[in-house]
Every structure is written in structure tokens, then in C-alpha cells.
Design a protein around this ligand. Structure first.
Ligand code: G1P
Length: 284
């Protein structure tokens, strides 16, 4: 039903300079896997296999990552380390990747609009790769696809944040319409409000399911907070018509766009890796 996932990946990643000077921030690894691959795998788990990536200058490494490296394949063939390529091979074999470039950084809303050429006229998912999500059971995007099936409108993932942090997020307010599933019909949303102006402490995190209607709204959305075209402002227009629900997802989310969140995610994944996964990290 949702076949495509859009990854806005043109941002500079200034908070991680100098690491991000010549390396896309989406390629920074949590353990041995780049952030964007976690996102792609989450989309795959939600039944999506067409990845649409909005890149920019200096982002070639993303394209190379999701392509075969004949040299590496040749070098590692038959060697014990060959298995380390298995995970990414599976991703490459089961998905398609298409790319378009955002020539100017005019905000998340602008990045989504730039992706229209890859999405066309159908509902689609959005993953912001620096929000890394984990759920032992069903992944966050897979949970959201189920919500979309039921409500057939835009879905944003939310979590409660400390009131003093509302100025880091899009904040929603709305009416709880499904208690057991933690779903709100969104009535208002504001991009990064000061705590004193925030309508609640329910923050949007980087997972969305959007209907193609969003593109027409974005075309008419003026620059908002920070002088950027904000997805939150465009979604507000649809929310006014009752076309946005917010879902308090099950699982964890790490803000890997900040050094603290990145370190927290690294420690978390290191620990679960030692406990559950087939384990390339373990010393032999
Ligand atoms: C973007 C959105 C914001 C959302 C956040 C989630 O902001 O504009 O509404 O809460 O992602 O990570 P950014 O963090 O890109 O500034």
C-alpha cells in the first residue's frame, strides 16, 4: 500500500563538523552501520522497497553505499569477512534507490517538495535518518503503516518531550481519538515553539506518512521558522481539514543529529548487539 519512502538527506550536518566536512551525516555509523541504512531497513520492514533519496552536493557516498562494490566483492570472495557484506547485499538486492538533488537548502518542506519527482501521486513514507528508532517488536514505520491503513490520511509520529525542549521540535495538539492506540486527531501544530507558546509537549519525530496532497500545499507554503519552508506549516493546513493524525509510537528514538543522542544510540545498539544479534562485533 505504501511503496515508497523518501529520505531528505541534503543537510550539512554542521553539528558533526569536522566529521561531516567530506562525509554525509547520514553515513555516520552507529557501530558498523550508517544511519541511513538503519532507516532503509526500517522502511523494508514496513513492506517498502522503493527508496527515494533527496541528496545534495557532497552526498555521493550515499549512492555508492547502496550499490555493488565489485572491487570489495572480489577482494572478500571466499574470505571469512565476506559475511560482513551480507546485510547490505540484501538491502541492495531487494530495494530500488532513486535520487534527486536539492540545489538549495530551503528547509524540510522544500526537501519534501523536491522529492515529488521521485514519489509522484501516491501516499508515501518519510524517514529523517538522524532520528534513529528502535523497537524490539514491530518497527515504528511498520506501526505507522497500520495506522495509515485505518485512517487514510497523513500520520506523524510523536513522543512526549520535556516542556523546556519544545523549541527543538514540531509540536502538535489535538484530540485523543483512540485511547488504546494513542492516536490524536491533530488540530494544531507549530514548528519549534518557545515553551511558553507550545500547545503541548507532544513532539513530532522524524517519521511521517504523507498523502500526495501535501505537495500542492507545500508549493504555496511561505518560509516560516528560521526562514525555511517548514513541513509542519504545510501539515497544519491539512490538519485544519482533519486530515492529520498523530501517533504516539511504541519504541525508542535517538536524536542522532546531536552528539549526546549519537553516543546514547551507540551504547544502546552495542549492548543489544551483544545480547541478541548474529554478531559481527564479537571478537572471535
Ligand atoms: C525537523 C522538523 C520538526 C521535527 C524534527 C524531528 O526538524 O522540522 O518538526 O520535530 O525534524 O526530528 P529538524 O530536526 O530537522 O530541525
Amino acid at each position: 500500500m505504501i511503496k515508497k519512502c523518501l529520505f531528505p538527506a541534503a543537510g550539512y550536518g554542521t553539528r558533526f563538523l569536522p566529521a561531516t566536512k567530506a562525509t554525509p551525516k547520514e553515513m555516520l555509523p552507529i557501530l558498523t552501520k550508517p544511519l541511513i541504512q538503519y532507516g532503509v531497513e526500517e522502511a523494508m520492514e514496513a513492506g517498502i522497497n522503493q527508496m527515494a533519496i533527496v541528496t545534495g552536493r557532497g552526498k555521493r557516498a550515499i549512492e555508492d553505499h547502496f550499490d555493488i562494490s565489485y572491487e570489495l566483492e572480489h577482494q572478500l570472495k571466499g574470505a571469512s569477512k565476506e559475511s560482513l557484506l551480507n546485510e547490505i547485499r540484501e538491502v541492495i538486492e531487494s530495494c530500488t534507490f532513486s535520487y534527486t538533488r536539492q540545489k538549495q537548502m530551503l528547509g524540510l518542506g522544500h526537501a519534501i517538495l523536491t522529492g515529488q519527482t521521485l514519489i509522484g501521486n501516491e501516499p508515501f513514507a518519510v524517514i529523517l535518518a538522524d532520528d534513529l528508532c528502535y523497537n524490539e517488536d514491530k518497527g515504528v514505520l511498520a506501526q505507522m503503516v497500520e495506522i495509515y491503513r485505518k485512517y487514510r490520511c497523513c500520520v506523524v509520529a510523536i513522543q512526549e518531550v520535556a516542556p523546556e525542549n519544545t523549541n527543538k521540535y514540531g509540536i502538535i495538539d489535538g484530540k485523543l481519538i483512540d485511547d488504546s492506540d494513542n492516536i490524536y486527531r491533530v488540530s494544531t501544530m507549530v514548528e519549534k515553539p518557545d515553551p511558553k507558546d507550545a500547545p503541548s509537549n507532544l513532539a513530532i519525530i522524524g517519521r511521517y506518512i504523507l498523502t500526495p496532497e501535501i505537495f500542492d500545499v507545500l508549493k504555496n507554503t511561505k518560509a516560516g521558522k528560521g526562514g525555511e519552508i517548514q513541513l509542519t506549516d504545510a501539515l497544519l493546513e491539512l490538519a485544519k481539514e482533519g486530515k492529520v493524525v498523530a501517533y504516539k509510537f511504541k519504541g525508542k528514538r535517538f536524536d542522532c543529529g546531536s552528539v549526546d543522542g549519537f553516543v546514547e544510540a551507540t551504547n544502546f545498539f552495542y549492548n543489544i548487539n551483544l545480547t541478541f544479534a548474529p554478531n559481527p562485533l564479537q571478537k572471535s
